[in-house]
Ligand binder design. Structure first.
Ligand code: 9MR
Length: 471
């Protein structure tokens, strides 16, 4: 484990995390800037949302996709991801077999690739998954109870520490209950050797490793009220009553004709929310086509919006061809990345405005050439302050269309001087510093990034941050 500053870090800040972030901060640019006059400038522009991420953001939610690292190099895949989504779940890259194939030997390369992509576009990341019976390397199943307990806790701690501060929600335990009417726990090395208490222990270890990540229990066939969801409900209620740290429950929501969207889906989400946890739709896909599939997608989105604590939706893939159930064409984009009727239904349910389904990202479309709607906002906060100076942070958020670059003016009062800038490229003119995007110019609709700067020469008045200009 290495001690480094985070990509969005400030002077002296940052905890243990990924060493490769250092490069992004490496060349903090130094400028000198004095100021006398200040100008307050307007900062916001409103648009009808026409992507999933932007429309969800307007409802205070995220709209994410499961992503496979090996598809990121495909231009249309990346373009669709970047245009439409503002959260990513690595589909397989953070699973135990991927990150700790041999005991104590961690390999984060492919997962880091996804997290880097997300961060470069200002998207959030869901962590999936820490303790699961599947995609578990053989060495784990072979351990005795004592070793297994320490291997489980070490795995959680190492993986969460590597991504500390970079994951909005972690699936700490996945699929620990049996299907069917028993309400029993599923047999697994963890269940069989450690007993029911392994789930609680995993959550306690997870809280200690990254106190700011939301900790979720995630499962399938728990989407309606049934014996399995009742068993999960009883566990969550027990955890909440005893102070076991749990923040959210993930409902995978893999639907098909044999397992349709339940009529009590919303009510089931709501009863969990009423226990005092967030709920998230974590792996949504719905087999089918045409209007029937579209109606189901619309219903799922509306169910989430009807539950205040339903904080976001993730679809389990982008084009049908890469779905784990590709023959069932369960996703929102066809094999050529055209938007399906299901896409329009999901976007409409989010309150967005569907455009031309056959030409996503084409001329005049969001993210396409000549997009007239590129916009961003800039929000200032003082990150740290000491006698004689401070670190300022400016959060840049794309509007309802993706953007490819941004620029913001920062005006200081004399005798304040900017002595360094990170995550942005500054030029100065008198007392006004213009900061432009560098590696972090491309943002999905509704996505955010930030730049920071250090000021010497006093702490008041605060800098004036002008309007954000997007391209
Ligand atoms: O989509 C994943 C697929 O690529 C893998 O082969 C599979 C292996 O188990 O896991 C799939 O994702 C699963 C997820 O991690 C947990 N819930 C069920 C998902 C579909 O199987």
């Amino acid at each position: 484990m290495r001690m480094i500053r985070k990509r969005s870090g400030t002077r002296g800040g940052g905890g243990p995390a990924r060493g490769r972030l250092r490069a992004a901060l490496g060349g903090a640019t130094t400028v000198l800037l004095t100021a006398t006059a200040l100008a307050a400038l307007p900062q916001t522009t409103a648009h009808a949302a026409d992507t999933l991420g932007a429309a969800a953001a307007e409802k205070g939610r995220y709209f994410g996709a499961a992503v496979a690292a090996n598809h990121l190099g495909e231009a249309q895949y990346a373009a669709t991801l970047d245009r439409e989504f503002n959260s990513i779940t690595p589909e397989n890259e953070m699973k135990w077999d991927a990150v700790e194939p041999n005991r104590g030997s961690f390999s984060f390369g492919r997962a880091d690739q996804i997290v880097d992509h997300a961060q470069g576009k200002g998207m959030k990341v869901r962590g999936h998954t820490l303790v699961w019976h599947s995609q578990l390397p053989g060495w784990v199943s072979g351990l005795g109870a004592t070793d297994l307990r320490s291997a489980m806790n070490n795995h959680i701690t190492q993986v969460m520490t590597h991504y500390k501060g970079e994951i909005h929600s972690w699936d700490v335990v996945n699929e620990a209950f049996q299907d069917g009417g028993s309400g029993a726990r599923r047999s697994s090395p963890f269940q069989d050797k450690l007993g029911d208490g392994f789930i609680e222990e995993a959550f306690r270890t997870a809280r200690a490793a990254d106190p700011n990540a939301k900790l979720c229990y995630n499962d399938y066939n728990t989407d309606g009220v049934n014996a399995k969801s009742n068993a999960v409900y009883t566990m969550v209620r027990d955890f909440k009553s005893r102070g076991v740290p749990i923040d959210c429950v993930g409902f995978q929501s893999h639907f098909n004709p044999n397992s349709p969207v339940p009529s009590d889906y919303r009510a089931n989400l709501q009863r969990f929310a009423d226990l005092g946890v967030d709920v998230q739709i974590t792996e949504l896909d719905i087999e089918g086509s045409g209007q029937a599939q579209a109606t189901n997608y619309g219903n799922v989105v509306r169910a989430c919006l009807a539950v205040t604590r339903c904080t976001g939706i993730t679809v389990w893939g982008i084009p049908d061809k890469y779905s784990w159930r590709s023959s069932g064409t369960p996703l929102l984009f066809d094999d050529n990345y055209n938007k399906k009727p299901a896409y329009d239904a999901a976007l409409s349910a989010l309150g967005g405005t569907p455009g031309d389904p056959g030409d996503p990202g084409g001329p005049g479309d969001p993210g396409g050439p000549g997009d007239p709607t590129a916009a961003c906002t800039a929000t200032y906060s003082t990150a740290e302050q000491w006698s004689g100076g401070y670190n300022g942070k400016v959060m840049i958020t794309a509007g309802s269309s993706p953007i490819t670059g941004w620029s913001v003016d920062v005006t200081l009062a004399s005798p304040q001087q900017v002595v360094s800038v990170w995550n942005g490229s500054p030029t100065s003119n008198g007392n006004v510093m213009t900061v432009r995007s560098t590696w972090n110019g491309s943002l999905a609709a509704g996505a955010s990034t930030s730049f920071g700067f250090t000021v010497n020469g006093g702490t008041t008045p605060p800098p004036q941050v002008g309007a954000c200009t997007a391209s």
